[in-house]
Ligand binder design. Structure first.
Ligand code: HSE
Length: 306
């Protein structure tokens, strides 16, 4: 194989109670990339379409992760990357993770899959670190593996794949403002109260149980974030109103997607998802903001070959 085209999906990190450790993969929203072997050694980005992102591989997230893999593999040929960026950077739905994952997944395929999933995640994390100035894999793991993933440990890396109920849908509201992950992280306190920690880990443990047992009502009870949301929600316009609108429309729960500004809701079934979407659209239409709303099933496949 000389060339491959991949779809690298958007993801929702944190999922309310799982700051930096829990994430899930979205369907239908993602970047496309063409990865091609070249005679000249090294990695080059030949196309960066969609947003104004650098072609320099040391400044481009897909380039940084690609370079990490390339240096380890040390093949006697090179790679060219064509990046068709469709997830807006700074949107909160794993734009940088999609970049980081797409290049390493495609290159690994063209090399005959010498690297395992954990190694690919580690290469991708090098790219992600460029955007967030911190190591976390809660977008990368679901982008690569699909479904819900839990980062049990970063060093050594240990990722758990968590099942999810068949009829679980996500509704994503993306208001067109940019929030840099590094800035969204800088507003968080270094320490949290023991009472908040207890609430958060009770919710996270219970959410994992609910996902295993298809307990939609319990999923809803667990979608609470007392760690990051109180600080980050302040800069998301109409956050509480949108959350309330989703609840009225039947959402199990709503919280910030990753570091925002996107907001996600989870619900049971496509009909409720459509109801949440239309209720939230009404709220946003009455405001002077541009936005997009996506409805997605949980994508259980992750990054894929097109
Ligand atoms: N867990 C990360 C954060 C996700 O909330 O900062 C950001 O992409």
């Amino acid at each position: 194989m000389e060339e491959i085209k991949v779809f690298s999906p958007a993801t929702v990190a944190n999922v309310a109670c799982g700051f930096d450790v829990l994430g899930f993969c979205l369907d239908g929203i993602g970047d496309e990339m063409i990865i091609r072997k070249s005679k000249d050694k090294g990695v080059r980005i030949t196309v960066s379409d969609g947003y104004d992102l650098p072609l320099d591989i040391d400044k481009n997230i897909a380039g940084v992760s690609a370079k990490a893999l390339y240096e380890k593999a040390n093949p006697d040929f090179g790679f060219e990357l064509e990046i068709y960026k469709r997830i807006k950077p700074g949107s909160g739905i794993g734009s940088s993770a999609a970049s980081a994952v797409g290049s390493v997944f495609g290159m690994n395929q063209l090399l005959g899959k010498p690297f395992n999933q954990n190694e690919l995640i580690e290469f991708a994390m090098k790219g992600e670190a460029l955007a967030s100035a911190a190591e976390h894999a809660d977008n990368i793991a679901p982008a690569l593996l699909g479904g819900f993933t839990l980062v049990k440990n970063l060093n050594p890396l240990r990722i758990l794949q968590i099942p999810s109920p068949e009829d679980l849908y996500a509704v994503i509201v993306h208001q067109q403002i940019e929030i840099k992950t590094s800035e969204a992280r800088s507003v968080l306190p270094a320490q949290i109260k023991l009472k908040d920690a207890t609430t958060q880990w009770a919710n996270l443990g219970s959410l994992i149980h609910a996902l295993h047992t298809n307990d939609y009502a319990l999923i809803g009870e667990c979608l609470e974030d007392v760690v990051a949301e109180p600080y980050r929600s302040k800069v998301i316009p109409a956050y509480e109103i949108l959350k309330k609108a989703a609840k009225t429309a039947g959402a199990l729960g709503t919280s910030i997607s990753g570091s925002g500004p996107s907001i996600f809701s989870l619900c049971q079934g496509i009909d409720i998802a459509k109801e949440i979407s239309s209720t939230q659209k009404k709220v946003l239409n009455s405001m002077d903001v541009s936005f997009e709303v996506y409805i997605s099933k949980i994508n259980t496949k992750g990054v894929s070959i097109l």
